[in-house]
Write a protein that binds this ligand. Structure first.
Ligand SMILES: [Zn+2]
Length: 81
């Protein structure tokens, strides 16, 4: 990934440019980019779940935004809440 690449905020699913990501987190050897402090805090609260979402081999991941519903659907299948 180059600095000009877009990436996906694993919390809300929106596409953000790496160089413009206001927040980032290191988790399990990978870097995740968050669009806002709210998303960063949510990532902090459940980093493993969001990191798993980010690793999903969904078509276009990292190229196009995934609808938040996709992320929510995945989370609903793994989150006991
Ligand atoms: Zn976000």
């Amino acid at each position: 990934m180059t600095p000009s690449d877009d990436c996906i905020d694993p919390v809300c699913g929106m596409t953000i440019t790496v160089t413009q990501a206001p927040h980032q987190r290191e988790h399990a050897g990978a870097t995740y980019y968050l669009c806002s402090i709210a998303c960063a805090l949510r990532f902090d609260a459940d980093a493993d779940a969001y990191a798993t979402v980010a690793r999903l081999d969904l078509p276009g991941w990292g190229l196009t935004p995934h609808p938040p519903a996709v992320v929510e659907q995945f989370r609903s299948t793994t989150d006991p809440m």
